[in-house]
Design a protein around this ligand. Structure first.
Ligand SMILES: C[S@@+](CC[C@H](N)C(=O)[O-])C[C@H]1O[C@@H](n2cnc3c(N)ncnc32)[C@H](O)[C@@H]1O
Length: 177
């Protein structure tokens, strides 16, 4: 699916700060940040959780993230991980696209292709009763993404919205049943 490996990392932006503000209230023992980019969200989680793991497909991202987070894994979503986390988070690459030119933002058809695969893989690592918090947008088919997440055994709701110039950022909280 990924045409080329990114040689840079995603710098924290409004979407990063929006999800960071929300997850800073979460506590528990173990947390996973999928598609960590600079490691910003994983660092926020490190202050609240004893055991934090982050993943990315970008080595450049993981090199940056490793400056502040110990457990960094290069893999697709959470494919290399066999663990039951209390919390998983992901600032998804949600933009509708024909292909993946920029892995940080391109989400394929209706902004669903990449997010669905990420959620399938990472959702498997959330313990029963645990949470998966992810960020999508009004530009993506978020209703269908929520339906697909629910079909994987989660109960989901939009917990926060933020209007930007061209879109509305949507934070979805999914509880593993
Ligand atoms: C929108 S950026 C978010 C980065 C960072 N979490 C933040 O909030 O600033 C999406 C990140 O997901 C990574 N990514 C894209 N597809 C992925 C996949 N299939 N598995 C793991 N990471 C992926 C990208 O390399 C990028 O770092």
């Amino acid at each position: 699916m990924l045409k080329k490996l990114p040689n840079d990392y995603y710098k924290p932006d409004e979407d990063t700060f929006f999800i960071a503000d929300y997850i800073q209230n979460e506590t528990g023992r173990s947390a996973l940040d999928v598609g960590t980019g600079s490691g910003f969200l994983a660092s926020v989680l490190s202050g609240k959780f004893e055991f934090v793991v982050c993943t990315d497909v970008s080595i450049a991202a993981l090199k940056k993230a490793h400056e502040s987070v110990s457990n960094c894994i290069c893999c697709n979503s959470a494919d290399a991980i066999n663990y039951d986390f209390d919390l998983a988070v992901c600032n998804l690459p949600y933009l509708p696209s024909d292909g993946i030119d920029d892995a940080a933002v391109d989400g394929l058809e209706e902004g669903l292709g990449v997010p669905t695969e990420i959620i399938k893989s990472a959702g498997r690592t959330v313990r029963k009763g645990g949470k998966f918090i992810f960020l999508t947008s009004s530009l993506a088919n978020h209703e269908e993404l929520i339906r697909r997440t629910e079909s994987l055994g989660f109960s989901s709701r939009i917990v926060a919205k933020k209007k930007l110039f061209f879109e509305e950022l949507l934070l979805v909280e999914s509880l593993k049943l």
